[in-house]
Design a binder for this molecule. Structure first.
Ligand SMILES: Nc1nc2c(ncn2[C@@H]2O[C@H](COP(=O)(O)OP(=O)(O)OP(=O)(O)O)[C@@H](O)[C@H]2O)c(=O)[nH]1
Ligand SMILES: [Mg+2]
Length: 389
């Protein structure tokens, strides 16, 4: 027997297997939205969900909107429409239904029972992206915390389903007991993680004190996810923070020093991107990170002005800033990606209306006006002039 060719054949088979497994590893999803407002922006919302799905690694095969007076309490969609969707999913080989709604635990159950497909809602997609992206210890803890809080009420539903299966044998079937244990484990784990987070926050507070001692004014970049915040930070400060055409590329924000032409200096910090209808648990988990915004002297609100939905993005960011009680801070509006807006007169009008500076973060030549405005906002803040060269 020729050993070498045997090994080669074997290896070929393995790589073949791996390839096919890789294809299977990509989820193939269909997006679903029920629109109750006939004049609503269903397509914009679905476009965002598509980006979210793509960012989480799902291949999106189709997007379906049903107009209804109200969501079906059980299936979200009408049952007939759901049967159509199921056939379509089978034809296309999809294995995942992604709903552009927050699903109740009961709805997930009914939908999964009816379709025998994997059912996911918008929150879960966002959680998934965060889980893939968290690298720091703090980020990982925050994401796990949010996931567990999302899971806990859903365990309760499995619990009733389980007691239905084991019912009749006694008040407490074996499955039921196990689920009780699982629930307790989840609660214990949540408590442990919350304690860990507290520790980390303490350390973070100490770092903050140090920075304040350095006396530099702090500029914080905020904005909708994928607006180009990290790209702008990189261009302004010559740093190399990771950027990507994906939602939530940044989960562990970095700070850099920014030196203005006339030796004013500032610290400039990046932030996790915002999104509308941010899942409350996720918001709570990242609240500590966002709390850093309180130390900012100036906010720079970066907007992707090329996105057709940019005005809603601004509103969503403003709402979160209000929730964080930092809406009153001096804010510089920056309309990024001006290169992607062909209608320059319209852009000029928009800039006037929102009192914004237009830039292309990717092109440093467009930044001087922004830098000048920033410098004048920052001048006289912090303890200027006392920093060593
Ligand atoms: N055309 C164009 N694309 C840009 C510009 N600035 C950034 N981008 C692209 O927009 C995408 C997102 O940029 P990021 O800097 O990662 O955006 P971000 O706001 O930090 O996003 P998150 O961290 O995900 O919230 C990247 O693909 C960038 O290359 C610009 O001025 N023009
Ligand atoms: Mg970023």
């Amino acid at each position: 027997m020729n050993f070498t060719s045997f090994i080669a054949a074997l290896e070929g088979e393995f790589t073949g297997k791996q390839k096919s497994r890789k294809v299977e590893a990509t989820e193939r999803g269909i997006l679903i939205r029920v629109e109750t407002n006939p004049t609503g922006d269903a397509h914009l919302s679905l476009a965002e969900l598509k980006e979210l799905a793509r960012s989480s690694g799902v291949a999106v095969f189709d997007a379906i909107t049903q107009y209804r007076n109200a969501l079906d309490p059980r299936y979200v969609l009408g049952k007939g429409k759901l049967a159509d969707v199921l056939i379509r999913a089978m034809q296309m080989g999809a294995n995942l239904l992604i709903f552009d709604h927050e699903l109740t635990p009961g709805q997930v159950r009914s939908l999964a029972d009816f379709t025998e497909m994997k059912i996911v809602d918008r929150t879960q997609v966002i959680l998934d992206i965060f889980a893939q992206r968290a690298h720091s210890r703090e980020g990982k803890i925050q994401v796990e915390l949010a996931q567990l809080k999302y899971l806990l009420p859903r365990l309760a539903v499995k619990h009733t389903a389980m007691s239905r299966l084991t019912g009749g044998i006694g008040a407490r079937g074996p499955g039921e007991t196990k689920l009780e244990i699982n629930r307790r484990r989840v609660r214990d784990r949540i408590k442990l993680l919350e304690e860990d987070l507290l520790e980390i926050e303490k350390a973070r507070g100490q770092r903050r004190v140090k920075r304040e001692k350095a006396g530099l004014p702090v500029i914080s970049i905020v904005g909708y996810t994928n607006a180009g915040k990290s790209t702008l930070l990189n261009s302004l400060t010559q740093s190399r923070v990771f950027t990507e055409d994906r939602l939530f590329a940044t989960l562990d924000p970095k700070s850099s020093r920014l030196r203005f032409p006339r030796d004013t200096e500032a610290v400039i910090t990046d932030t996790v991107g915002f999104i509308r209808d941010l899942p409350p648990d996720l918001f709570a988990a990242f609240r500590a990170t966002l709390d850093e915004l309180h130390e900012a002297h100036v906010l720079m609100h970066v907007v992707d002005v090329g996105n057709p939905d940019f005005e809603n993005h601004i509103a969503a960011v403003d709402k979160i800033l209000a929730d964080l009680e930092i809406k009153e801070k001096p804010t510089l509006m920056v309309f990024n990606k001006e290169d992607s807006v062909a209608d320059k007169p319209l852009l000029a009008t928009l800039c006037r209306r929102f009192n914004a500076v237009a830039v292309t973060a990717l092109d440093k030549k467009t930044l001087p006006r922004l830098i000048k405005k920033l410098e004048s906002l920052v001048k006289g803040l912090g303890k200027q002039g006392k920093t060593p060269p």
